[in-house]
Design a protein around this ligand. Structure first.
Ligand SMILES: Nc1nc2c(ncn2[C@@H]2O[C@H](COP(=O)(O)OP(=O)(O)O)[C@@H](O)[C@H]2O)c(=O)[nH]1
Ligand SMILES: Nc1ncnc2c1ncn2[C@@H]1O[C@H](COP(=O)(O)OP(=O)(O)O)[C@@H](O)[C@H]1O
Length: 205
């Protein structure tokens, strides 16, 4: 029944817009409960990242085996590396009635939209492109040519916003967190999600 299954929340947005920062702030905020689905990737681990926490870091061969075995809900190649969402954790968590939060790029999000159209698709935007570039540079994790590639990709990604349900500006992290929480609360009240419990109440099955 839709009222008892968890809700899938998908957050996308261009590299450097602050998805990771906003996601961590939301998960730390006890006002709203959801589980973060840790993605699998073939990219190099950055300083401070932990396997199984930030990503499951895998080789290209391991990742391709997982794809072949049908273990991925979605996957995409992003700037020369694979990124994807392991299927089992998402399914089990939703089935247990807990909301699941995915932070993924746009191509993967569109695959999820096809498979799980009941999900809530949120696009995180920068206030403008100059601040996006500043954020990528400030993070200091990419060299110049990767920054340029990511800025080109960001322009293409922002065009994909029209495929999402909501646009949230990440001007300040706390504002973005509040906006996303507000969306999630409202989505929980949508009639298709709650109707089953009312049917039970009035005895209409
Ligand atoms: N399709 C897909 N994209 C992902 C997944 N996990 C992360 N990404 C996206 O891959 C892109 C690159 O991620 P990463 O290298 O960690 O860089 P960062 O997110 O810009 O810090 C970002 O847009 C992520 O949101 C996933 O499981 N599937
Ligand atoms: N609202 C914001 N204002 C200013 N800087 C931000 C904001 N949100 C995130 N940042 C900074 O921007 C950089 C990129 O954020 P990150 O979360 O890694 O982005 P993404 O996961 O989208 O690539 C980080 O240095 C982060 O601290």
């Amino acid at each position: 029944m839709s009222s008892e299954k968890g809700m899938l929340i998908v957050l996308s947005g261009p590299s450097g817009v602050g998805k990771g920062t906003v996601r961590k702030a939301i998960l730390e905020d006890s006002a709203i409960q959801f589980k973060y689905s840790v993605s699998m990737t073939t990219r190099q681990k950055r300083m401070g990242e932990q396997d199984g926490v930030d990503y499951f870091f895998r080789t290209k061969e391991q990742f391709e085996t997982e794809i072949a075995q049908g273990g991925m809900l979605e996957y995409a190649k992003y700037v020369d590396n694979y990124y994807g969402t392991p299927l089992r954790y998402v399914q089990q968590t939703l089935d247990a009635g807990t909301d699941v939060f995915l932070e993924i790029e746009v191509n993967g999000a569109m695959q999820v939209r096809q498979k799980m159209p009941d999900g809530v698709f949120i696009f995180l935007t920068p206030p403008d492109l100059a601040s996006l570039r500043d954020r990528i540079i400030n993070r200091g994790s990419e060299d110049q040519s990767t920054i340029d590639k990511r800025m080109d990709k960001a322009r293409q990604e922002i065009k994909m916003m029209s495929n999402y349900d909501y646009a949230v500006v990440n001007d300040q992290v706390s504002n973005a967190v509040q906006r996303i929480e507000q969306i999630v609360r409202s989505e929980h009240l949508r009639v298709p999600r709650v109707i089953d419990s009312y049917k039970k109440m009035i005895g209409d099955n």
